[in-house]
Write a protein that binds this ligand. Sequence first.
Ligand code: SF4
Length: 325
Amino acid sequence: MDWNELADRVLEGHRVSREEAIAVASAPDSELLAVLHAAFRVRAHHHGNKVRVHVLQNAKSGVCPEDCAFCSQSMKYNSDVDQYGMQSIEELVEGARKAYEKGAVTYCMVTATRGPVRGEIDRICDAVRQIKEKYPVNVCASLGILKEGQAERLVEAGVDRYNHNIETSSRHFPNLVSTHSFEDRVRTVTRAKQAGMEACCGGIIGMGEEIEDWVDMAITLRELEVESVPVNFLNPRPGTPMGDNEKLRPQDCLKALAMFRFVHPEADVRVAGGREVVLGSMQPMALYAANSFFMEGYLTTPGQGESKDAVMIRQAGFEPEVVNA
Ligand code: SF4
């Protein structure tokens, strides 16, 4: 396939087909740079050379009753992660201050849970009101499956975006999770959007799936019209059923990111968890397809640190986007 010609058509409004997306994700290694270059043209058209930095806050850790096979925060598995209940309003607001001072465009509060109970929604809402008064930062909440009425409360408090990943394709999902369904996840994403929040929704690759599952996930996300697509690479967590999975090859991760860019030309495509350990020395190349990443690590694993991230952005010829919330 002529990757530049595909980029031309995408820039003219063409929606890539499933077959085209599969071709991008399964391109031979010898065409990796050509694929990335074409993805970069689409990325640059919509996002210039800017990188949107997000910072995560693990607001409730290690006590989730669900059984997602990749997740060290599930109580079903013997993982060595911190366990604590919902953080206080002060801790949540302090997290926002730190994120803002590091130059984050978005501060993401995440709870390890099936879904929020009333008191947790109250606390998040109170924290968000204070954050919005103090810091010009976008706020994203990731609180699990939402019940009727909960999304509206978050919107009212000022939450800009709701994260809820579909994780993989509908076909592969039942191999990973038995305590809730793919449809449960889709329903929450729809609920968040209908209430007026942007949707941040992506998944993890490297969980025993096929390339077709990456593509089907990307296409489902396009149908859901999500604004933000975090693409995680499995960093196998000891104690989980996926603890012995082999890590993906960096080349395949980069082709996957290019595919997500072609399917989601305008969205925030975020190179997310596993960036450092899976991509290794090739991680700056991810920015040619992705326009966003998490700084300061992930929910249960550290990143490479703020200073290395800042150097990486500049040395690769990109610039951090400045917050304008
Ligand atoms: S619902 Fe979220 S926190 Fe809970 S086990 Fe699944 S991925 Fe982990």
